[in-house]
Write a protein that binds this ligand. Structure first.
Ligand SMILES: [Zn+2]
Ligand SMILES: [Zn+2]
Length: 385
């Protein structure tokens, strides 16, 4: 179970961005590896506070975290952005340096130390992004989608090691197999210890002297696979689901990247979506409006019956509870709002005309105050009320 990010940083849930930055800076300086002689507990804490900071400093990620917590979205096991983070020490140091600088040398020194993309890109495989098209009905019920993706897979010839059959990768001479090179540099703390990938083995700790014939030493071969993605009910457009470890494997049995499914929800012309609530425009006849009626209304879950009260006016709205979309991660459903339009026929049969003419002789004029209300509404809409 992961610790709450607010607790990790020791801040209130409603604190400002400045509070978050301040709290992080203080904690990060306390447990910075340079100040703790590589103490593992301090290092773990440094990574954790950095992870918490990376989520809470970003208003979008923070909102998603407030709403979904660590769980993110169910099904994919991923989340709305923050859960795709796997910090190792060099990345955590990178975050700290990015926001708090290292002496006067800034980010450019960092870039050269870490070779731009850093060792993560070389060891860990790439993420695969796929677009998932969904209908509103699928959002309402949740669904499982099958996608076919082009990827790489572990080379069967060398079992992913990259070494020719009969040979083995050997420990790297430069770094002694650790994959890391530590160097002293100046920083705002005085001595700064930089951890960077070993240039010889690019962080892998081993080198291959005779490469595999099939994969050329990379340890991976092209592949295509079909995977199923569970989409929880209630997702919104541009949300994404992260399937950990379903992306491209890293070279020579490096860790896999993630599969990121970006959701593309097709508009349903019947409904307007407002978060979990839906709006449906319903036309009714003058007789239904005046007399009342039972009408059928579509919902994402099939049809529902709605009772129209006698005397219903254009612009009135009925609410059908819990017929909106499921509330992601909270349980329950939003509502379906039915907006009423009284429809005026533009073609009349002789019989209808006769009856309406008869009605016009005896009907009442609309009340005066309705006119007043109209202008009031307009003024309100214009913000002049
Ligand atoms: Zn191979
Ligand atoms: Zn090495």
């Amino acid at each position: 179970m992961k610790q709450d990010f607010y607790v990790v940083l020791g801040v209130q849930r409603d604190c400002s961005e400045a509070d978050i930055k301040k709290a992080y800076r203080k904690l990060a300086m306390e447990c910075h590896p340079d100040r703790n002689n590589g103490d593992k507990t301090a290092e773990e804490k440094f990574k954790l506070v950095t992870e918490a900071y990376e989520v809470l400093r970003d208003p979008e990620k923070r909102a998603a975290y407030d709403r979904y917590g660590h769980q993110g979205m169910r099904g994919g096991g991923g989340g709305a952005g923050f859960s795709s983070m796997h910090f190792d020490l060099s990345e955590a140091l990178m975050v700290f340096m990015r926001d708090f600088g290292i002496g006067g040398s800034g980010g450019s020194a960092f870039e050269s130390l870490f070779g731009g993309g850093g060792r993560r890109d070389r060891r860990r495989g790439h993420d695969i992004k796929v677009g998932l098209k969904l209908t509103l009905a699928e959002v309402a019920s949740g669904t499982t989608k099958t996608v076919r993706i082009k990827s790489l897979d572990s080379c069967p010839e060398c079992a992913g090691t990259g070494a020719r059959s009969g040979t083995q990768p050997v420990p790297c001479g430069t770094c002694g197999g650790s994959g890391e090179v530590r160097r002293q540099a100046q920083s705002l703390f005085g001595q700064f210890l930089t951890v960077s990938p070993c240039p010889t083995c690019v962080g892998e700790g081993t080198v291959v002297h005779s490469p595999c014939d099939v994969c050329g030493g990379d340890g991976r071969v092209k592949s295509e696979k079909t995977i199923q993605i569970d989409v929880p009910a209630g997702v919104a457009d541009h949300h994404y689901l992260t399937l950990r470890g379903q992306g491209v494997p890293g070279p020579r049995n490096g860790p896999r990247g993630d599969l990121i499914a970006v959701l593309d929800i097709k508009d349903d012309p019947r409904f307007e979506r407002h978060g979990d609530d839906l709006v449906y425009d319903l036309g009714i006849t003058f007789a239904q409006a005046a007399l009342g009626a039972e009408v059928k209304v579509p919902t994402p879950f099939g049809e529902s019956m709605l009772r129209i009260e006698p005397g219903t006016q254009t612009g009135m709205a009925y609410r059908i509870r819990a017929k909106g979309l499921p509330r992601l991660g909270e349980g329950g459903h939003g509502d379906l709002h039915v907006r009423i339009h009284v429809w005026t026929p533009n073609k009349l049969t002789p019989e209808q005309r006769k009856l309406l003419e008869k009605l016009s002789e005896i009907e009442d004029a609309p009340p005066e105050k309705e006119k007043g209300k109209f202008w009031e509404t307009i003024r309100r809409a214009l913000g002049q009320a």
